[in-house]
Write a protein that binds this ligand. Structure first.
Ligand SMILES: CC(C)(COP(=O)(O)OP(=O)(O)OC[C@H]1O[C@@H](n2cnc3c(N)ncnc32)[C@H](O)[C@@H]1OP(=O)(O)O)[C@@H](O)C(=O)NCCC(=O)NCCS
Length: 177
């Protein structure tokens, strides 16, 4: 996997917050025969792995240490990725909580011989920062500065409420039955 963009990390500001740009990561890799499914396109699992790797790298950079994947939202595959395409995954912290953070990952493909990027899909993942014993630990807050970053923060907050409400509802249903 080629790291095509990795911003220099800066220290947190005086409130202990990190800027979104400081942990953004872009990874890129040419798709090869081993990445193919039986139809000759790229296997969805290969794309999901790249999403998790890019998102996890971004989360770890924000946290300054390991972060595990706690949740991955559903992802629609909008376009096939073909062999010889360059698969490009771009990750950015959208939101931070107490010990968890949401990272958004945009997936693009650059067809062989073309300079255009095709939007293949987007995914949202929740990571949890862990200490040496694997226990959740506090994350530095993210500082959403630009209008886009602030919109993503608000939208991520809504997704979090919906994930937790769904989890609670399922737990209640299981207790009832
Ligand atoms: C992720 C993990 C550390 C959470 O541990 P836990 O004891 O359930 O921790 P908590 O209940 O205190 O939750 C920690 C945070 O994760 C969030 N979280 C946990 N499950 C979540 C879910 N399904 N959706 C959204 N957020 C979730 C909690 O809301 C909390 O966030 P906050 O501290 O910002 O409020 C634990 O479940 C784990 O180790 N899972 C396996 C991870 C793994 O192996 N991943 C794949 C390879 S990296």
């Amino acid at each position: 996997m080629l790291i095509s963009r990795l911003n220099a990390m800066t220290s947190p500001n005086r409130n202990g917050a990190h800027n979104v740009a400081d942990s953004q990561v872009t990874l890129a890799r040419v798709m090869e025969v081993m990445d193919a499914n039986n139809l000759g396109n790229v296997h969805g699992g290969v794309i999901l792995r790249a999403v998790d790797t890019t998102g996890g790298t971004c989360a770890a950079r924000h946290c300054g240490g390991p972060a595990v994947t706690a949740f991955m939202d559903e992802m629609a595959f909008l376009e096939p990725v073909r062999l010889s395409d360059i698969l490009i995954t771009k990750a950015s912290v959208n939101w931070t909580g107490n010990t968890s953070l949401e990272v958004g990952v945009r997936v693009e493909a650059q067809r062989s011989g073309s300079v255009d990027h095709i939007h293949v899909g987007s995914a949202y993942l929740v990571f949890v920062a862990i200490d040496a014993d694997g226990r959740p630990m506090k994350v530095n807050p993210v500082h959403a500065q630009t209008p886009d970053e602030q919109r993503r923060f608000r939208e991520a907050q809504l997704r979090r409420e919906s994930r937790l409400a769904l989890r609670r509802r399922i737990e209640e249903l299981r207790k009832e039955s």
